[in-house]
Design a protein around this ligand. Structure first.
Ligand code: PA5
Length: 438
């Protein structure tokens, strides 16, 4: 269900050196599987079939069908782990990704005003997703959307809202109880960025027409494949060992590269997963992304020739793309050699050439291959990264399941906005002054 092409790693790290990490990596792996590492109260995502048993999936599908009987558009209100995974899967797989629109992933007035304008003219339902129920961006956006919803549907607005939130506590849970919203619980032991394969992601993904049974099945099969502590048969351990060794050799940045625009939000989701999980105590590989071949005409130069602090992980889909051939045409464009060849062949050649060129330029790189871009294989890939991230955090000596750094900006923002009870900012720097030019 996944394979790794290591050709362009071996000039930088020998296969033997990677396999010699087996004990060290498996020790980190054991911390995760035995629940003995830091943050062990947040490993509820580990077994996908237990998180989303068939009965829950059936209930989610039935809810999605009921919501579709009310509207063909869903507004997902959420931020960070409460929205990125949804968007990753919907954009990659839905035949109509515009079925879902997003709110509360920013607090831009222009964005939300534009969204309300669009919603004036269409029927919609809302899935508000917030584990804490108190995150400012989605809470503000939900008020804005609810205001619109109440005005548009004076009778029955509450029937159009599903809240995905903590089982017992939080403002959103209280609001849901008060207004009689249908709800799905987010388990205590599942943090935002590891939650896409729970009701957080599964409801909107099902609404967008993606087969969530297959998505969870793919994750469950990857779980089974990655249970072993044997690095030579566990692709997760191999990936973790390789990127860790490269970090120890001075690599600071991992760039995830794809040749498929539909994977844009998968790259965004991956950056959040690894950025929030590893980036603490002055450690972690900085997660970045590029989208080729578009970015070969922008970031390609840096990748080939800039500071040698970068490793690259290519995501490659082996087959299943639509066949679109280069047609015959005017010879002036000198493309006769491509006539009758598929665009997929051209993209494949671009991947091969880029991976080789970057290795020659001093960028160690590996390719993760999935046979097909469908729900089953995407579920497997999502789980592959989640598990790799948990193990990798432990290998780096950090808690991969907390995000203390995210709180710092919030303190300052609450203080500036005058939130009752917010501590006054202890920023002793003088008030920022503007340097006016022109
Ligand atoms: O991964 C995380 O934990 C975060 O990105 C959260 O998902 C994000 O901050 C949103 O939190 P909440 O679901 O509580 O609104």
């Amino acid at each position: 269900m996944i394979s790794i092409n290591p050709t362009n790693i071996f000039p930088f790290l020998s296969g033997r050196l990677i396999e010699q990490q087996a004990t060290r990596v498996d020790a980190a792996h054991q911390l995760l599987t035995t629940g003995t590492g830091p943050g062990n109260d947040f490993i509820g995502w580990l077994n996908p079939a237990a998180v989303a048993p068939e009965s829950l999936i059936d209930e989610i599908v039935a809810t999605a069908e009921h919501l579709h009987s009310l509207a063909d558009k869903m507004v997902v209100v959420g931020i960070g782990g409460s929205y990125l995974g949804t968007r990753a899967v919907v954009d990659a797989l839905s035949t109509n990704p515009n079925t879902i629109t997003y709110a509360g992933q920013n607090v831009s007035a222009a964005y939300h005003a534009n969204l309300l304008g669009e919603l004036d003219n269409q029927d919609y339902v809302v899935n508000v997703v917030s584990k804490s129920g108190t995150t400012t961006e989605p809470a503000v956006a939900f008020r804005v959307i609810l205001n619109h919803l109440n005005a548009k549907y004076p009778a029955g607005a509450s029937d159009r809202v599903v809240a995905t939130t903590d089982k017992n506590k939080g403002a959103l849970r209280q609001l849901a109880t008060q207004n009689g919203y249908k709800t799905f619980p987010i388990e205590d032991a599942i943090g935002g960025r590891y939650s896409v394969l729970s009701p957080v992601g599964l409801l909107p993904i099902a609404f967008a027409g993606v087969d969530i049974h297959a998505l969870v099945r793919g994750a469950a099969d990857m779980y089974a494949l990655s249970e072993t502590g044997d690095i030579s048969s566990n692709p997760v351990l191999w990936y973790v060992a390789t990127r860790n060794l490269l970090m120890l050799k001075g690599i600071n940045i991992e760039v995830l590269a794809s040749f498929e625009p539909r994977l844009h939000y998968l790259l965004e989701w991956w950056k959040q997963l690894f950025g929030e999980s590893e980036g603490k105590n002055g450690i972690g590989l900085f997660p970045a992304s590029v989208e080729y071949t578009t970015d070969l005409h922008s970031m390609g130069q840096y990748m080939q020739d800039g500071r040698r602090i970068v490793m690259e992980t290519f995501l490659r889909v082996e087959s299943g793309e639509p066949t679109l051939l280069v047609p015959d045409g005017n010879p002036i464009d000198e493309l006769a050699y491509l006539v009758g060849r598929g665009l997929t062949d051209v993209n494949e050649a671009a991947w091969k050439a880029t991976a080789a060129a970057h290795a020659n330029g001093g960028v160690p790189n590996l390719t993760l291959n999935i046979p097909k871009l469908d729900a089953y294989h995407l579920g497997g890939l999502i789980y592959f990264f989640e598990r790799a991230c948990g193990i990798s955090g432990y290998l780096m000596g950090v808690n991969p399941f907390d995000q203390p750094g995210v709180e710092d900006y919030k303190r300052g923002m609450f203080s500036l906005l005058g939130k009752p009870g917010a501590s006054q900012s202890d920023d002793s720097r003088p008030e920022a002054t503007h340097i006016q030019f022109g």
